[in-house]
Design a binder for this molecule. Structure first.
Ligand code: F6R
Length: 248
């Protein structure tokens, strides 16, 4: 595993954006796995900037997102479809029909999970999967539990996750209770994983994920088994993990 320690949120965003840009430059037809949430916003801003100045192009890129809320359609401003258009897709030269997210408004969410898994298989291996980290150790919307889920599935969102995300909804009651998410197995199939973390409130979770036991109680801990993980985090987010590192 590679760890990049950066000074602050902006330098974390820049390092991670450079890794994604390098992927797109070296393989223009890359399949990028993308995440939403507040952490990647700075990364997307930079990718939009570099695309506008023609330093990179997304013309041949395909993207797949981790998750979507059940019950929200693509035009709902709280949906992850909307988030991705607002923060990335509308600002780069990617054809919208090369961007894929699970459909939160699908009539049959279980069937939608199967459709999304089939779609992911048809696109081939994800070249690099960007991940944020939930305070409870979730990746995508794989919440802590008794076992690791394999494929895309419907989840009941943990109270802590709904509370954290209520900042975007105005009130806790407005936050959907369910979501569709790639499974841990789906995420682990990616060739490379790029996790980004920022802020002291993530420090303990980062350390549980990467220096603790591998357990479904901390879903991100499964990444310890992935052969190509890059963690980019700022000083506050990595403070506990780096304390755990034994001196050589
Ligand atoms: C979002 C996602 C989530 C977030 C996580 C961290 O697509 O999959 O796992 O990455 O909840 O969110 P932020 O970045 O808002 O702290």
């Amino acid at each position: 595993m590679k760890i990049y320690l950066t000074k602050d949120y902006d330098s974390m965003s820049k390092k991670a954006a450079m890794i994604l840009a390098a992927q797109v430059v070296t393989k223009p037809e890359s399949v990028l796995g993308l995440a939403t949430g507040s952490t990647p916003i700075g990364i997307y801003e930079l990718l939009v900037k570099w695309c506008s100045s023609k330093e990179i192009s997304f013309a041949d890129v395909r993207t797949v997102n981790l998750d979507e809320y059940v019950g929200l359609d693509a035009d709902n401003p709280q949906s992850y479809h909307f988030f991705m258009r607002r923060h990335l897709f509308d600002g780069v030269d990617i054809p919208l029909n090369n961007t894929y997210l699970p459909d939160g408004a699908a009539k049959d969410p279980q069937e939608e999970c199967l459709r999304y898994e089939r779609l992911l298989s048809s696109l081939g291996q994800v070249d690099i999967q960007l991940l944020g980290l939930g305070h409870n150790g979730h990746i995508g919307f794989n919440e802590p539990g008794d076992s690791f889920s394999l494929g895309t599935h419907v989840v009941n969102l943990a109270d802590r996750t709904r509370k954290a995300n209520s900042r975007n909804f105005g009130s806790l009651d407005a936050v959907p209770c369910k979501a569709l998410t790639m499974g841990v197995g789906t995420i682990m199939r990616a060739k490379r994983i790029l996790m980004v973390v920022s802020g002291a409130d993530k420090a303990e979770t980062v350390s549980r994920a990467f220096a603790g036991p591998i357990t479904p109680a901390v879903p991100a801990s499964v990444l310890q088994l992935h052969p190509d993980v890059t963690l980019v985090g700022d000083e506050s987010a990595l403070s506990c993990l780096l304390k755990e590192e034994k001196p050589l």
